[in-house]
Design a protein around this ligand. Structure first.
Ligand SMILES: Cc1cc2nc3c(=O)[nH]c(=O)nc-3n(C[C@H](O)[C@H](O)[C@H](O)COP(=O)(O)OP(=O)(O)OC[C@H]3O[C@@H](n4cnc5c(N)ncnc54)[C@H](O)[C@@H]3O)c2cc1C
Length: 396
């Protein structure tokens, strides 16, 4: 029996459309200016990839989801996903810049016309950065309805106080989208009573204190203490008390984009591992001739290809305005597991070199590990699938 084969002559129904292929080429051209050594050096110094973020902004890609009437590219989520995937696939890290795409949904869907006109053209042009998203709190953790940061209305302002943790990119952003309680938690309706604010970080002065946290990867993430921060009422996004729902609206996009980054990481690991396994000679033959080396790489490749198909289905449904919660969660789960499998296969393939930062594998290994935990842990994704898709009892 033959092991496998190719059918010739048929049109490929899964061939990637030209618009995605040219987008990939464009992103690759920018990434080529920021080779492994660039990321390795920043990682060692824990510095922000300022030049890379500027380059990605100048090409318009970080404003991909901003409608053209506000100066953006007006592209869909499928295109945005391809952009982030390609950054990670080329050895970079989309993490320092991706929030602009994640957060955009909340602002586009729930922001007022005045807010959009005030901020979106600047974000698209790169003069304003919207890269910070303040949800997580030390005590509440994943149970967001238990946040205790409060916003109290006083005349034409809200006065905000509280504590957030693991808030990324605050020190490289002009704006932060912040979730706070505008009324106390009601046990019967815990998701009510939270509101979203656009906070001008430069204007916050001493009302916001930051402590950068020492993380295992180069991610500028902070503990944020907010003490009496005054925010004008016209910086409330959407409807007071409905903030949690407005943020949830953006979560499907976030999960699909994370899945794309994981697919990009996974492909980088598989490509590097396959190449190294073919070139590295031990016991007189390429290590990739040994099934103990070859199979984990092949298995990771299989996982990534499957995750990518679900990711594509999720983004197509999202862009068509269809319900996509199940697909977005499946894609995030599958892709985070696949990139982690690929990371481990690659590290093992590299042997000792896998731990040597000069080979970049250990850096990408640390970076991709995050996505099993944040922005949402795979446990909670499984809890969503178990409850919302399969109808089992709720645990969250
Ligand atoms: C590098 C980094 C950057 C981040 N950036 C941001 C940011 O910019 N903005 C922001 O708001 N947040 C950010 N976060 C926070 C991130 O979203 C949270 O860490 C993540 O959602 C998990 O929450 P937690 O850490 O509070 O874990 P916890 O809620 O304390 O959970 C701990 C563990 O318990 C598990 N668990 C909890 N409840 C259940 C359950 N019901 N069933 C099964 N398992 C459960 C979880 O899966 C997790 O593994 C960032 C985190 C990191 C590490």
């Amino acid at each position: 029996m033959a092991i496998g084969g190719e059918q010739c002559g048929a049109a490929d129904p899964f061939e990637e459309p030209e618009r995605f292929r040219s987008l990939r080429e464009g992103v690759r051209a920018v990434c080529a200016r920021f080779p492994d050594a660039y990321w390795r050096d920043l990682d060692a110094r824990r510095e922000y990839p300022e030049a890379f973020v500027r380059a990605m902004t100048e090409t318009g890609w970080l404003g991909a989801l901003i409608p053209t009437e506000y100066g953006g590219l007006g592209l869909g989520l499928a295109e945005a996903a391809v952009i982030l995937e390609e950054v990670n696939r080329q050895g970079g890290n989309a993490g320092p810049a991706h929030a602009q795409m994640y957060i955009m949904g909340t602002l586009l869907k729930h922001g007022s016309e005045e807010q959009k006109r005030r901020y979106l053209p600047g974000i698209a042009a790169g003069s304003i950065r919207l890269q910070a998203f303040g949800v997580t709190e030390p005590e509440a953790g994943t149970d967001t309805t238990r946040i205790t940061t409060t916003a109290i209305r006083r005349g034409d302002r809200y006065v905000i106080s509280g504590r957030k943790i693991y808030i990324s990119r605050v020190q490289h952003s002009d704006l932060m989208l912040l979730l706070a309680r505008t009324s106390p938690r009601d046990e019967a309706r815990p998701a009510d009573g939270m509101s979203v604010f656009l906070v001008d970080l430069a204007a916050a002065g001493a009302a916001i204190r930051l402590r950068r946290l020492p993380m295992s990867m180069n991610n500028e993430t902070n503990e944020v203490e907010i003490d009496g921060l005054e925010v004008f009422a016209d910086n409330l996004v959407g409807v007071e008390g409905q903030g949690f729902r407005q943020i949830i609206d953006g979560w499907n996009a976030e999960r699909i984009l994370i899945a794309a980054e994981c697919v990009g990481d996974g492909r980088w690991f598989v490509e590097r591992a396959a190449r190294y396994a073919t070139e590295r000679i031990v016991f007189g033959r390429p290590i990739g001739a040994n099934q103990g080396v070859q199979f984990p790489i092949a298995a990771a490749h299989a996982q990534i290809e499957a995750a990518d198909l679900v990711r594509q289905r999720a983004s197509a449904r999202f862009d068509a305005g269809l319900a996509c919660g199940a697909d977005a969660n499946l894609a995030k789960y599958l892709a985070a597991e696949a990139s982690w499998a690929a990371a481990n296969a690659c590290l093992d393939t590299y042997g000792g070199n896998g731990f040597n930062s000069e080979h970049d594998v250990e850096r990408k290994f640390r970076e991709t590990r995050l996505y099993r935990v944040a922005p949402i842990s795979n446990n909670l994704v499984l809890a969503y699938i178990g409850h919302r898709v399969l109808g089992m009892p709720r645990s969250y």
